[in-house]
Each structure stands twice: as structure tokens, then as C-alpha cells.
Design a binder for this molecule. Structure first.
Ligand code: ADP
Ligand code: MG
Length: 287
């Protein structure tokens, strides 16, 4: 009978580390034809490491890092964690930034020693002169994320960070291809780093997106075909809501988990294809 099929479908999903919030979500999952993936923390582990510290002007690497870390303290962004960790390894006391402000999808700012320190994606605030552009492009083409640190609007350095793909990402995408599900990466990160990952996974991508851009793209995709949005961050919650079905990485933020219709409890990307199979089979049993 119908309720029995749904109950056993949900149980099968739970065994594979997928929490599905109700029969309607299970049904939606079975119909998914497009999946939009957040990049950082979803396709990647979300634990970037700092690879390059490049002062512009008079600061030492250490001074640049300390200023950046002071502003990142309190931020839950994966990039912030990497910057703070490296600063802590340097072993010095961090200065404390006042009036910290997170700029969703752009960066973060705060006041240190009376000056406003801003950390942001290079493209987003147009801070950087042409002289540094090729440096940024080289780092980004290597799949890195570059952020500019500016003091009172003047660039004082670049930081580059690199994240690793989840070990099951490639196979997970291959399994989705078998099911005829089309994948696209939606990211606030730069187009070059996005392209590096997209080509490795053979996915389409849209880069440089603000959270509201992700909502717009997901809304468009959902109008065309049933679309799932998978994300982990606070920023992803609105796009997950706009999708036919929102899926949270279990390791993600509480907001993403609350918003989601389903969650991968072990951050296993392979579970995405598995749960679509289960949902389709459940649906077939109902009919
Ligand atoms: P994603 O879509 O990959 O999850 P976000 O939308 O969270 O990325 O951020 C987009 C970009 O904004 C990052 O790649 C980074 O350049 C910049 N950014 C956002 N928050 C921070 C932060 N706390 N520190 C430094 N850079 C940040
Ligand atoms: Mg993210």
C-alpha cells in the first residue's frame, strides 16, 4: 500500500545516511532532473588551506596575516577558519577587530587600530589595480580562491587558499549521469577556480554568484525541470528554499539543515544518487 511503500523508502534512505523529511520530499526527489551544487563545503571538503600570503606594499607576511585574521575572528566561513588557523600557528596574539560585519557572498570587514580592514573576493569590489590582476588570475587558474585585504580602501595584500574535492565527488557525479540527472555548480567563488573543478567533474558552472543570484538561477532551473539544490552554508538556505527540493550537507550550518527537505547525514555525495534511486523505486511501487 502507499504509506507502506513510503515508510520503507524512507527507511532505506536512512540506512544510506539520508534523512528525508516526509513523503512529499521523497516524491520530489524521485522526479529530480537537475541538481545545483554549491561548491565550497559541498563538492569540496570546505577545509581550505592558506597557500600564498602576498603583501602589497610595506607590510610583512605576518602583519598582513594578523590583520586579516583579526577581521575573520567570529566568521564561520571556511576561508575564515583557514586564515585564523594559520595566524594562530604564527603564535602571536591577534589584534581584536571592532564592528565586524559579514558581507554575504562578498567577504567581511572590521575596524582594527582605527582603520577599516576589508577582506573580499577580488572581482566583487573593484579594489585591485591592473598590476595585480595577472597575479590573481594565475593563482585562480590553479584552482585557488584569492581574497584581497584592503585597509581604508587601499589594497594591502592578497591571500590565496585551496580546497580539496570530496573523495567521492567524481563517482557521485558519474552515478547521477547514469540516472540522467544534469548537474551544475553554483558558486560565489571566482570563474577560474570554478572552471577548474567543473572540468574535473564534467559539470556546468555559474560562478561569481551572490546569494540572491543563486536564488534567481535556482528559481529559473526549477521552472524548467524539477531541480534539487544541495548546499551546506547559511548563504545557501534561500536557494535551497527556491529549489523544487533542498538538500543539506549534514555537516553544514543549522540554518541549511532547518531549511532542507532532505539531508546527507554523513556528507557522502554518493548518497545523492542512491536516494534518487530509492525515491524513484518507491514511486514505482506506489503506482
Ligand atoms: P561559495 O558559493 O563557494 O560557498 P560564498 O558565497 O560563501 O562562496 O563566498 C563567495 C566569495 O566571497 C568567496 O570565494 C570569497 O572570495 C568571498 N568571501 C566570502 N566570505 C568571506 C570571508 N569571511 N573571508 C574572505 N572571503 C570571503
Ligand atoms: Mg558554501
Amino acid at each position: 500500500s502507499t504509506p507502506a511503500a513510503i515508510t520503507s523508502g524512507m527507511a532505506a534512505a536512512t540506512r544510506r545516511g539520508v534523512l528525508i523529511k516526509g513523503g512529499a520530499a521523497l516524491e520530489q526527489l524521485g522526479q529530480v532532473q537537475t541538481i545545483a551544487f554549491d561548491k565550497t563545503g559541498t563538492l569540496t571538503e570546505g577545509k581550505p588551506t592558506l597557500t600564498d600570503i602576498l603583501p602589497i606594499g610595506a607590510l610583512s607576511e605576518r602583519q598582513l596575516l594578523m590583520l586579516a585574521a583579526a577581521v575573520e575572528v567570529g566568521s564561520h566561513h571556511p576561508l575564515a577558519q583557514a586564515i585564523i588557523q594559520r595566524a594562530t600557528e604564527y603564535g602571536a596574539d591577534l589584534p581584536l577587530a571592532q564592528a565586524r560585519l559579514a558581507l554575504a557572498g562578498v567577504g567581511v570587514e572590521g575596524v582594527v587600530g582605527g582603520k577599516t580592514v576589508l577582506i573580499s573576493a577580488p572581482g566583487k569590489l573593484g579594489l585591485l589595480g591592473g598590476k595585480w590582476q595577472s597575479q590573481v588570475e594565475n593563482l585562480e587558474s590553479a584552482g585557488k580562491t584569492v581574497v584581497v585585504v584592503a585597509e581604508d580602501g587601499v589594497p594591502i595584500g592578497l591571500l590565496a587558499l585551496r580546497d580539496t574535492l570530496r573523495s567521492d565527488a567524481k563517482q557521485a557525479i558519474a552515478e547521477l549521469n547514469v540516472l540522467g540527472v544534469h548537474g551544475v555548480i553554483l558558486t560565489g567563488d571566482n570563474p577560474r577556480a570554478a572552471a577548474a573543478i567543473a572540468s574535473e567533474l564534467a559539470l556546468d558552472y555559474r560562478a561569481g554568484l551572490l546569494p540572491e543570484d543563486k536564488v534567481r538561477v535556482v528559481t529559473e532551473l526549477s521552472r524548467q525541470r524539477p531541480t534539487a539544490m544541495i548546499g551546506d552554508g547559511i548563504n545557501d538556505a534561500p536557494a535551497m528554499k527556491a529549489a523544487s527540493i533542498g538538500i543539506a550537507m549534514g555537516s553544514g550550518s543549522d540554518v541549511a539543515l532547518e531549511t532542507a527537505d532532505a539531508a546527507l547525514t554523513h556528507s557522502r555525495l554518493l548518497a545523492v544518487a542512491e536516494m534518487i534511486r530509492i525515491a524513484r523505486a518507491t514511486h514505482a511501487n506506489i503506482r
